[in-house]
Design a binder for this molecule. Structure first.
Ligand code: ADP
Ligand code: MG
Length: 277
């Protein structure tokens, strides 16, 4: 069995036509290897190429140059397309655009129905997916009456019901309130730790990135930084130079350190800072 979930190899993606005004290199010669079971976070300010990269990682886009492999399958090979979509599901920012049915459980069933899964198995998959995202009690509800966080969990259940090994989430909390964001972060933790799914989470919230095994920071289509949350957030000036912030508590530790306090640079939680002080 492969240990690598996704490999992005010397990959470039260009929008528009070279030499014309609309030409733009959105992903610029990127190399990434995502291990099975990994929880990867991708950071970067608007326009840095994150969404393009997300779409390359499940074959919605194919590279202009280079190759992307999902569980060993090249996304350029058309024979692999359905298998790839089943292996790596993608959740987008706006839950309203992802919900297609008028009843929660019908919505979750939509993906597996399209895959031609037998009805008895669909039933099982839908129940299991709703259990994992803790939305079972809402299975007969109308999605439009749910909160943003609940809707996004239904969208995640819809992907889960296709039984993917890997889930890619492109700013899934961007439209949610703090409660909704917490719900999604708890769901992601559960998917990774209990369900052993590979998680690729794109976000612009630094506090969400703290939960990752590894962080990539993008700018202008390139990977500018890579490392564990501690390794990345330790480099406060570099992060700021890329137009991003560090988690609030890391920033506080950084300022204290500048004032001569003996605190480590890689403080990520309030508890760590309290202990250090
Ligand atoms: P991010 O998700 O980090 O904001 P994107 O991948 O959406 O970045 O965009 C990267 C660059 O590609 C941006 O300059 C954006 O304007 C451009 N871009 C994105 N989608 C398209 C498209 N469909 N056509 C042309 N340019 C696009
Ligand atoms: Mg985006």
């Amino acid at each position: 069995m492969l240990e690598e979930m996704i490999r992005v190899e010397n990959t470039t993606y260009e929008y528009g036509i070279r030499g014309e005004e609309n030409h733009l290199i959105a992903v610029d010669n990127v190399n990434i290897s995502v291990k099975k079971g990994e929880h990867l976070v991708i950071l970067g300010h608007n326009g840095s190429g994150k969404s393009t990269l997300a779409r390359l990682m499940n074959g919605l886009l194919t590279p202009t140059k280079g190759n992307v492999f999902v569980n060993g399958m090249n996304t350029k090979d058309e024979d692999n397309i359905w298998n790839i979509r089943e292996t790596a599901g993608i959740v987008f920012q706006n839950p309203d655009n992802q919900i297609v049915a008028t009843i929660v459980e019908e919505d979750v069933a939509f993906g597996p129905e399209n895959l031609g899964i037998p009805p008895v198995d669909i039933r099982k998959r839908v129940d299991e997916a709703l259990r994992i995202v803790e939305m079972t009690e809402y299975k007969n509800h109308a999605p439009h009456l749910l909160s943003g966080g609940q809707k996004q969990r239904v969208a995640i259940a819809g992907i889960l019901a296709m039984n993917p090994e890997c889930i890619i989430l492109d700013e899934p909390t961007a439209m949610l309130d703090p409660i909704g964001r917490t719900e999604i972060m708890n769901t992601l933790k559960k998917l990774n730790k209990e369900e052993k799914k590979t998680i690729i989470h794109i976000t612009h919230y630094m506090d969400e990135a703290v939960a990752a095994d590894r962080i990539l920071v993008m700018e202008k289509g390139k990977i500018m930084m890579e490392g564990t949350p501690k390794q990345v957030f330790c480099q406060v000036d570099r992060i700021k130079g890329l137009g991003l912030d560090v988690p609030q508590v890391t920033e506080l530790a950084y300022e204290l350190k500048k004032e001569g306090f003996n605190v480590p640079c890689d403080v990520l939680t309030v508890d760590e800072l309290v202990n250090a002080l």
